[in-house]
Design a binder for this molecule. Structure first.
Ligand SMILES: [Zn+2]
Length: 221
């Protein structure tokens, strides 16, 4: 029998998810009988096994001394040592000082904290450089929110926020600028129709090339 975590919610159908670490989650309506959930999970056993294998095969970031971190399109080698927590770029190295250098979660937390601090000025700068035209059109500058998102690079909310994925810091600056321009163009066109694409072509003629950068895997197996 497959182990799974059951999450009850206000929904009408069953949904199955295999997480990055291979764990299985089932989302189910509040009143769905447990037996029905179990039958559903059992009927998808083959699919679950395939997804777990896919997750296991996927190259993922390791957080250990000597591993590589993709940083704005460059490869930084992590130099992890014991010390008071401090992260800094030093040439082609990312110097990481933490209390427990052999613990991946500790290293990850330190580096992600550092990335989050870097993100704000970098993202704000990209917005500032590209906002002039939109300002001239009378649009208000959206407020930046930095997020860790699994499936999107960015979004623009009708309430005036531009949400950007922190993982954009792994990619070259031209890819970040593309996502920012894409979201800014949503100020004028909320959909992805012909008007939106015409505006993208006018504001950033090479956007397709930049978009393709984001479709490449960062870490080759
Ligand atoms: Zn869009």
């Amino acid at each position: 029998m497959t182990d799974y975590e059951l999450i009850r919610s206000k929904r009408r159908s069953l949904e199955l998810r295999v997480l990055e670490d291979g764990r299985v989650q089932v989302r189910a309506p509040q009143r769905a009988p447990l037996r029905l959930v179990q039958v559903f999970v059992d009927s998808r056993r083959q699919w679950i096994a395939e997804q777990q294998q896919r997750q296991a095969d996927r190259p993922r970031q390791r957080w250990l001394d000597g591993e590589v971190l993709a940083w704005r399109g460059e490869a930084l080698q992590m130099d992890v040592c014991e010390g008071r927590t401090r992260v800094a770029i030093s040439g082609r190295y990312l110097s990481v000082r933490v209390a427990q250098p052999d613990d991946e979660n500790t290293v990850r937390a330190a580096v992600e904290g550092w990335m989050r601090r870097q993100a704000k000025p970098v993202f704000e700068h990209s917005i500032a450089r590209q906002f002039d035209w939109f300002q001239q059109q009378g649009f208000a500058r959206p407020t930046l929110r930095i997020k860790k998102m699994r499936t999107r690079w960015g979004s623009l909310s009708a309430r005036g926020y531009i949400n950007l994925n922190m993982a954009l810091l792994h990619y070259p600056p031209e890819a970040l600028d593309y996502v920012v321009m894409h979201e800014l163009c949503h100020l004028k066109h909320m959909d992805h129709g012909p008007g939106f694409h015409a505006l993208m072509d006018a504001r950033m003629p090479d956007w397709r090339h930049r978009k393709a950068i984001l479709e490449q895997p960062l870490f080759q197996p």
